[in-house]
Design a protein around this ligand. Structure first.
Ligand code: T1G
Length: 703
């Protein structure tokens, strides 16, 4: 008998349990074990029905993604599912946890499905750049209807068990133990002599769509409206269409053909890379394996501004009570008022006390008395970016906070070690860099200080997970990983303007590349005055390249969206900015004053001069150990700055472009701007014919 598939008897019911930790992935050993067990049970006349279950935390959560890219070892999952569906005796799936992908497809091949409370089944293959390749696109539409199946397959989100029951995707939600419930279900089926229902033979739910495809077509158009250049969502919708138009066997063949195309595509390799990279990014290579996070029952945030409010909402949304502290009652009320406005908490107008808001929010309280944070397990400082202000706050926190408290700064580029030195407990200090809007953006850079203790680091990572963030552990340097590379991307942005490109052309080149917005629209959104202040304080290149255009715009009071004008003009109510001839004239005047002869610049040149420098900066970040892996950098940029998912992040994309090519192009541009000289690590890897992936310490070898 297989070591990963166990069979036991409960009278005349056989219970088959898949036991392949951590998520019962349907790897070769599981498929073989299932195939053998089902063959035996089919031929064993003493077995009247079969219950199929998963051990541990979940019913199988899918095929084994690490097997992709390697030759398939039979039996394939589709074959096992067809074998189960063809069983001449009832097979009931006992679902719990996250029966996803191939796991849910396995359940669809069973004749009935019983789920434990809280089970969240789904078909997330689209997020890996593929589609359900074991019959899911043909069986689910037959079970619940093609229009209802579309969002589940094209969107890839799991559905609550109650919704699955309502749709008919499962037959019962168990009150108690799901295996016991499935055995009882099997006994009822036998006692009532219910005929076996094979999903692949059902036509009732697709008959309507066969008669009139328009509802399906409208739903498919809606589901694939915003695919951001991804191929898999469109393929998923097409495959669901096969369930309407083709006999089951033909539809299965067409689904398999689409799956094979997608699984070898660069997009799927990129998305599978990101799946594993996200899981690696929170692992700290030198953290002792037995490091345990400290319990976090109460949180506190210092600063009731935009970031402080957003961070507080993260805790409130995670069910963790949080106290916001601000220096003045006026600032506090403004901050609490912003929270109520931004997050739709309606409170009575007029002077509303923090207690009133607490009563309504339940989890957020506000105060100007910093001693209120004495019982907080984690305190996050989110005041403005002045080192002395932060050091003063940490010095006071050091005297107030309890010994086990984690003290975190939300600084986006200042030296966390210097902030830590303002306390007598540098081991308790680290950075937790949220991205604005803090309650929306998934990325959380966890900035490990020189003295940060492993337990403190583990606690911050655990809190990040509780806040449903994507944590990436990074080291201390100016701008850490994301903002440091963003500065590198800015090195050439104004030079491109002076040499001949317009803000709109530069922005369009990057949105065509796949970013949600280009550099100038982004600066207008964030505010030109932020960079202007940094350049005035730290020198003209402190925030990237010299920015004579932005500096002049700031001197004209054009700070961007907040002043209605920046690189663009922002009309009231208009979506986005419109090009401003005044800015074009300013650019031409400045170029002339600098003796620059303007010329036609291609989009390809813009992409090279903006993206390649940030890849080179990424190589320096790896070389300095600021990021542990290239995948960590990819996770930062995909989750913090909108780098296109279909390209897998800057370092993964660089490997697909080829490091030798990037090295050569940077050498070319470095003739005009020495700052573009390729990083030593980039040079070395390119000379050795390697990619950044060869530095990978993670498990995703299949990409
Ligand atoms: N294959 C291989 N390893 C997997 C895996 C999988 N499907 N799912 C998770 N792991 C590993 C993961 O890398 C991590 O490893 C550990 O398990 C715990 O995962 C034919 C072809 C199930 C919701 O897309 O969404 O079926 O880091 O940290 O937060 O149509 O894992 O510990 O070494 O994420 O509790 C479709 C992917 C596959 C589900 C659990 N299925 N997994 O989350 O733990 S394609 C999926 C998840 C497919 C068929 C097609 C999550 C989870 P390590 P974790 P978690």
């Amino acid at each position: 008998m297989s070591s990963v598939v166990d069979v036991r008897r409960d009278g005349d019911i056989a219970v088959v349990t898949i036991d392949n930790p951590p998520v019962n992935a349907l790897g070769h050993a599981v498929r073989s074990g299932l195939h053998a067990a089902m063959r035996e049970l089919r031929d064993d006349a003493s077995v009247k029905a079969v219950v199929l279950a998963g051990a541990g935390r979940t019913f199988p959560a899918g095929a084994d993604i690490t097997e992709f890219g390697n030759p398939l070892q039979p039996p394939g999952l589709g074959e096992v599912i067809e074998q189960i569906e063809a069983m001449p005796k009832p097979v009931i799936a006992a679902l719990h946890g996250t029966p996803l992908g191939g796991g849910f497809e396995l359940a669809l091949g069973c004749h009935w499905r019983v789920a434990a409370k809280g089970t969240r089944p789904g078909l997330p293959e689209v997020k890996l750049g593929i589609l359900p390749g074991a019959g899911g696109t043909q069986r689910l539409p037959r079970l619940i209807g093609p229009v209802e199946a579309l969002p589940i397959i094209v969107g890839g989100e799991p559905i609550p068990a109650e919704r699955a029951l309502q749709l008919g995707a499962i037959d019962e939600i168990a009150e108690g133990d799901v295996i016991e419930a499935a055995i009882a279900f099997a006994r009822r089926v036998l006692a009532e002599k219910r005929p076996i229902v094979r999903v692949s033979e059902r036509e009732d739910k697709i008959a309507a769509a066969r008669a009139d495809r328009s509802a399906f077509e409208a739903a498919a158009a809606e589901a694939t409206a915003r695919t951001r250049g991804l191929e898999a969502p469109v393929a998923c919708a097409k495959a669901v269409g096969f369930a309407i138009d083709l006999p089951f066997a033909e539809g299965l063949k067409r689904e398999h053909a689409l799956f094979l195309d997608l699984v070898k595509s660069d997009q799927s390799k990129a998305q599978r890379h990101l799946f594993f990279a996200e899981r690696e990014a929170a692992k700290v290579a030198d953290m002792p394996k037995d490091t345990k996070p400290r319990p976090v029952v109460r949180a506190a945030v210092i600063g009731a501004g935009t970031m402080g409010g957003g961070i507080s909402m993260c805790f409130a949304n995670a069910g963790i009570p949080v106290t916001i502290v601000d220096a003045t009652e006026e600032a506090l009320q403004r901050g609490l008022g912003t929270i109520e406005k931004n997050y739709g908490i309606s409170v009575s107008r007029g002077r509303m006390s923090a207690d009133d808001l607490t009563a309504r929010m339940g989890l957020i309280s506000g105060t100007t008395d910093m001693t209120a944070v004495a019982d907080a397990d984690i305190i996050i400082e989110a005041v403005f970016e002045e080192m002395e202000v932060k050091r003063d706050i940490f010095g006071r926190l050091d005297r107030i906070a309890k010994p086990s408290a984690v003290l975190a700064t939300n600084t986006s580029y200042l030296d966390v070690n210097e902030i830590a030195r303002a306390t007598g407990r540098p081991g308790s200090v680290l950075g937790m860099h949220f991205f604005s809007p803090a309650n929306v953006m998934k990325l959380l850079e966890i900035v490990r200080g020189k003295a940060t203790e492993p337990e403190v680091l583990a606690t911050a990572i655990d809190v990040a997970r509780k806040l449903k963030k994507v944590p990436v552990v990074v080291g201390v340097c100016f701008g850490f990983v994301g903002n440091r590379m963003l500065r590198a991307r800015s090195l050439e942005s104004e030079r491109l303007l002076l040499e001949g490109a317009s803000p709109a052309q530069v922005d369009r080149a990057l949105t065509d590349f796949g970013f949600p917005m280009g550099p100038f629209a982004m600066i207008d959104l964030a505010g030109l005055d932020i960079g202007w202040r940094i350049r005035k304080a730290m020198g003209p290149t402190a925030d990237g390249g010299p920015a004579p255009i932005a500096d002049q715009l700031c001197e004209m009071g054009r700070f961007g969206q907040k002043t209605g004008r920046g690189f663009y003009i922002y009309e009231k109510g208009a979506r986005g900015g419109t090009p401003d001839p005044e800015v074009a004239a300013l650019i031409e005047r400045t170029a002339a004053d600098m003796g620059i002869v303007r010329r036609e610049i291609s989009d390809e040149e813009i992409v090279e001069r903006l993206i390649y420098p940030m890849i080179s900066e990424g190589a320096k970040i790896l070389d300095e150990g600021i990021a542990q892996r290239p995948g960590d950098i990819d996770i930062v940029w995909v989750n913090g700055y909108g780098f296109p998912v279909r390209l897998g992040g800057p370092m993964h994309w660089a490997d697909t472009v080829g490091l030798a090519h990037i090295r050569d192009r940077l050498r070319h541009w470095a003739q005009f701007n020495p700052a573009l000289q390729p990083a030593p690590l980039l040079e070395r890897l390119a000379d050795e014919g390697r990619g950044f992936a060869s530095l990978r310490t993670g498990r995703d070898k299949a990409a």
